[in-house]
Design a binder for this molecule. Structure first.
Ligand code: F6R
Length: 270
């Protein structure tokens, strides 16, 4: 797990968008896993900007979103499909048919979730999965206690998640209690993950994910088992990390390697 600590949320968002944009440029037919929530909003804004101003081309890109509320259709302003259309898909040259979000109004949830997994396989697997993290350490809607081998499925939301979501719905009874979500096992099969966390309210979850034990109580901690994970945080979200200095050194070395400044790393010095 590579941890990158940026000074501000804006720098963390731009770095995240930069990594995604690099992939889109180097692999124009890449398969991206996408997330919703407040964290990636400015990441998507930057991708839209690069599409408009720097010819970032999404015409061959395929996407799979992590999750969707059960009961909400694509036209519902709180559905994740609606969010993705508004924040990203409507503003870039992506083929609508190549964008996938679980269908919260599917008639047979179990069959739909199996199909979702199959579609990911048929697309060749996810090259890069963008993730956020919940304050309770969840990734996607894998609430504390979710199996670390879980697949895309119907999930009951934790009371804390429902409480946090109340502000988005006019009445308590309208807040969804169920979601369809990729499983932890599904996420672990992606080729790489990019997790972005910003703000002091994420500091505890980030610390548990990166430096705590691997446990189903913090499903993001399962990312420690993934071969290729980059965690990008701002100083606030990274504020509880104990090995901050080491992560900064690793990041500096990576940047020197990427820019070919091998001498500074003692490579090639006799
Ligand atoms: C969203 C998702 C969630 C969020 C997490 C953080 O598709 O799967 O796991 O990433 O709840 O949400 P925000 O970014 O709103 O703090």
């Amino acid at each position: 797990m590579r941890v990158i600590i940026e000074k501000t949320a804006e720098q963390a968002e731009l770095r995240t968008a930069g990594i995604m944009a690099d992939l889109v440029r180097h692999k124009p037919n890449a398969v991206l896993g996408l997330a919703t929530g407040s964290t990636p909003v400015k990441v998507y804004r930057e991708l839209v900007r690069q599409h408009r101003e720097a010819e970032l081309d999404f015409s061959q890109i395929t996407t799979f979103n992590l999750d969707e509320y059960v009961g909400l259709g694509a036209q519902h302003p709180q559905s994740f499909r609606y969010f993705m259309q508004e924040q990203l898909f409507n503003h870039i040259n992506i083929d609508h048919a190549a964008t996938h979000v679980p269908d919260g109004r599917a008639l047979d949830f179990s069959a739909h979730c199996q199909q979702y997994e199959q579609r990911i396989l048929d697309a060749g697997g996810i090259d890069l999965q963008l993730l956020g993290i919940g304050v309770d350490g969840h990734i996607a809607f894998n609430e504390p206690g979710s199996s670390l081998g879980s697949r895309t499925r119907l999930k009951t939301l934790a009371s804390e998640t429902i409480r946090q979501n109340k502000k988005f719905f006019p009445g308590d009874e309208q807040v969804p209690r169920l979601a369809l979500t990729m499983g932890v096992g599904t996420i672990l099969e992606t080729r790489s993950c990019l997790l972005l966390a910003t703000g002091a309210h994420k500091a505890s979850a980030v610390r548990s994910m990166v430096e705590g034990p691997v446990t189903a109580q913090i499903t993001a901690s399962a990312l420690q088992l993934h071969r290729e994970v980059i965690v990008i945080v701002d100083e606030e979200a990274g504020g509880w990390l104990e090995r901050r200095d080491y992560y900064a050194e690793v990041d500096e070395c990576h940047q020197l390697l990427e820019t070919g400044q091998l001498r500074a790393l003692g490579i090639g010095n006799q």
